[in-house]
Design a protein around this ligand. Structure first.
Ligand SMILES: Cc1cc2nc3c(=O)[nH]c(=O)nc-3n(C[C@H](O)[C@H](O)[C@H](O)COP(=O)(O)OP(=O)(O)OC[C@H]3O[C@@H](n4cnc5c(N)ncnc54)[C@H](O)[C@@H]3O)c2cc1C
Length: 305
């Protein structure tokens, strides 16, 4: 199978999701061929072909132009799949490419097996398995669903030289960060999170105290937020914040996939759970099998003493 990956570059930097695209190609056992609007000073490290279109010339975010550039590479490479990240860049570009190529478009793939893709359905409560009904497919990958390929190697760069010009319907003005309300967990080096296992809202206090004692912030799983025990800006997961602190402590959190998506890139994960078989144990570096109501106060006493 031939795959063309469409890498991402933003505000002068290669985006991390580009490594997840490479991880996908690796999982598919396909030779990585990538198209990137970027800069020669910040290239992805892999062994394979890289079609590089200079961002300075073609614009960092110019869907009409980028669509034409990708189509030119598709013409040369004739891939079976064109693969992008499920990001604002991918949402914009993937449907344009699919329409131009008359190819099936599959959004937000989370897994792949035998040429079929698993995608979330029913507000992510179920997964649907789909296969492109056309010879060629355009697929976007959910962030975090595919392990990034380890960086290594030097791509064989082919500079894209195209006469394509902006059609003028869309003019890119710049990026504007969304206003950050409340706490920004993304900046915390330590996060102690409360799950449904805390049992009652009053127990948020001991989780917050432990987070403070460790010099960090407290987070929460979705049921804790839905119950009104913590504000939404504390929620970690697919519909909350994505975090990667040096230490993540999950207290009374089972480890549902939607929660893991938000924290599995943490450097060191400690889980406190009364159930030794809780799925969080699969990603935890240390699993403390204990009642958190006993463990957390005892741990506090130890670190303060
Ligand atoms: C579209 C969609 C988006 C979602 N987005 C998110 C999201 O962003 N973030 C998120 O977290 N979830 C999200 N969810 C919900 C997710 O599927 C799970 O339901 C949720 O993560 C479970 O939260 P939990 O682990 O706190 O609770 P539970 O799954 O109920 O787990 C509680 C855990 O606490 C343990 N426990 C109980 N008592 C104690 C005790 N005394 N001491 C120690 N351990 C104890 C139990 O063994 C259990 O493992 C989403 C779901 C959907 C459908």
């Amino acid at each position: 199978m031939k795959i063309l990956l469409v890498g991402e570059y933003r505000e002068g930097q290669l985006q991390g999701c580009t490594c997840e695209l490479l991880g996908f190609a690796r999982q598919m056992k396909a030779e990585p061929v990538m198209f990137l609007v970027g800069d020669a000073a910040d290239l992805p490290a892999f062994d394979g072909r890289l079609y590089l279109a200079e961002a300075g010339r073609y614009g960092e975010f110019s869907p009409e132009v980028h669509q034409q550039l990708v189509l030119e590479v598709v013409e040369k490479e004739s891939p079976d799949l064109v693969v992008l990240s499920h990001s604002s860049y991918g949402w914009d570009l993937a449907p344009r490419l699919a329409a131009a190529l008359e190819a099936a478009q599959i959004s937000e793939a989370v897994a792949v097996a035998d040429g079929a893709f698993e995608v979330p359905a029913c507000n992510a409560k179920l997964r649907r398995t789909v296969r492109p009904a056309t010879a060629r497919g355009v697929v976007t990958l959910q962030a975090g669903a595919f392990d990034p390929a380890p960086a290594g190697g030097t791509p064989e760069v082919q500079t894209v030289d195209s006469a394509v010009e902006a059609a003028g319907a869309v003019e890119f003005l710049g990026y504007e960060a969304a206003e950050q309300a409340g706490v920004d967990l993304g900046k915390a080096e330590v996060i102690v999170s409360a799950g449904r296992g805390i049992g009652k809202p009053e127990n948020i206090g001991m989780i917050a105290d432990l987070a403070k004692a460790l010099g960090g912030e407290y987070g929460a799983s979705r049921p804790v937020v839905d119950a009104g025990w913590a504000d939404h800006d504390r929620q970690v997961g697919s519909t909350g914040q994505t975090v990667a602190p040096r230490l993540y402590m999950a207290c009374g959190i089972s480890g549902a996939v939607q929660h893991l998506m938000g924290m599995k890139k943490s450097d060191f994960i400690v889980a406190v759970n009364s159930d030794r078989d809780a799925p969080i144990g699969e990603v935890a570096d240390v699993l403390v099998v204990a009642d958190l109501k006993e463990f957390v106060p005892a741990f506090m006493t130890t670190i303060q003493g």
